[in-house]
Ligand binder design. Structure first.
Ligand code: ADP
Ligand code: TRP
Length: 320
């Protein structure tokens, strides 16, 4: 069973990205045959600066590898290293009614935000469908915001198969609902759009300062604080085991324990939690040739699958 994950190269990773997307992926690497790629063609819709795009792709590759993507288990590659995906996209484009794309909420939201849409942004879901169908993916784990794109992909695959025979695999979405939403330092969902993130690989001093600025209520030190409604505790729970959470909750009742102490505990736990990943990341940054080799090797393996699909598709539609 092939499980495909697409990663947007969207800059500096935060703790929400880690627990929402990276950790579940790393944990699931033993199941089926995982493919994970960095969606640099998709990133072009935002017109990135060329060197910035290159740096971002390398940065994402380094960070995901540091967090435990295992190239022995996962075919890990850069989307644009398999340009067949654009050929398949074009073929699929001819089957997609414009109305289907006009109904896409992520497109409509972006237009409503005042973003001037380019044709790439409009056709984004067809490229995403091509990503999924090119590798005959069976399962695609995504956040809820991508559910509609998966429905469109299924619709496109079914239309294609009805027309040309059973060539494409109709994929299933696995919506990552089990994963809790990680709160930011202001208590809202952690997101780079809200400037409330804790970066995964920030410098020690900056991270400590960031965590110390987590918003809390104003219960004075002498009074018991409520762990259940506390943002600091919600963060602590990400890094600590049950016994440690119980121990800290007990200290919330003590009159010599305040939010400052709790925040300090969050900083220390998170710093320890990410220590092995930080070390691995430093090693990778010092050896970017290795990172490029991993991506290159992944692309070769992905391309072999893509070539087979494209042979079938071209033959079926009359291009060969
Ligand atoms: P941001 O909201 O910072 O722009 P992205 O939309 O780039 O984050 O998210 C990348 C991935 O990380 C997605 O799979 C998303 O579901 C996950 N993710 C982002 N923020 C959180 C969060 N606060 N809690 C859980 N998962 C998150
Ligand atoms: N659109 C996805 C996102 O924003 C990224 C992505 C591109 C993707 N192609 C994909 C995800 C194929 C899964 C499958 O997160």
């Amino acid at each position: 069973m092939r499980i495909l994950t697409g990663i947007q190269p969207s800059g500096i990773l935060h703790v929400g990205n880690y627990f929402g997307a990276i950790h579940p992926f790393v944990e699931s690497q033993g199941d089926g045959q995982p493919f994970a790629f960095i969606a640099d063609y998709h990133a072009l819709t935002q017109l990135p600066e060329p060197d910035g795009l290159r740096e971002m792709v390398t940065g994402v590759a380094v960070d995901w590898l540091a967090c435990g993507v295992d190239p022995q288990k996962t075919v890990f590659f850069r989307q644009s290293d398999v340009p067949e995906v654009v050929e398949l996209m074009w073929i699929l484009c001819s089957q997609v009614p414009v109305g289907l794309l006009e109904r896409c909420t992520s497109y409509k939201d972006k237009v409503a935000q005042g973003i001037t849409a380019n044709f790439g942004l409009f056709s984004y879901p067809v490229l995403m469908a091509a990503d999924i169908l090119l590798y005959k993916s069976n399962l695609v784990p995504v956040g809820r915001d991508q559910k509609q794109h998966l429905e469109i992909t299924r619709d496109i695959a079914i239309r294609f198969n009805n027309q040309y025979g059973e060539i494409l695999v109709v994929p299933e979405a696995r919506i990552r609902d089990g994963v809790a939403v990680v709160p930011g330092i202001d208590g809202q969902k952690m997101s780079k759009s809200y400037d409330n993130t804790i970066n995964l690989f920030g410098a020690e001093k900056a991270l400590r300062k960031r965590i110390m600025s987590t918003v809390t209520d104003s219960t004075p030190m002498e009074e018991p604080m409520d762990p259940a409604s506390c943002n600091v505790m919600a963060l602590y729970k990400l890094f600590a085991d049950d016994a440690e959470v119980a121990a800290l909750s007990e200290r919330y009742a003590a009159n010599d324990f305040g939010y400052g102490h709790a925040k300090q505990a969050v900083f220390e736990k998170s710093w320890e939690y990410f220590r092995p990943m930080r070390q691995r990341r430093d090693e990778l940054l010092a050896n970017l040739d290795h990172v490029n080799d991993v991506l290159h090797d992944g692309a070769e393996r992905a391309r072999a699958v893509a070539a087979e699909t494209m042979d079938e598709v071209r033959a079926a539609i009359g291009l060969r």
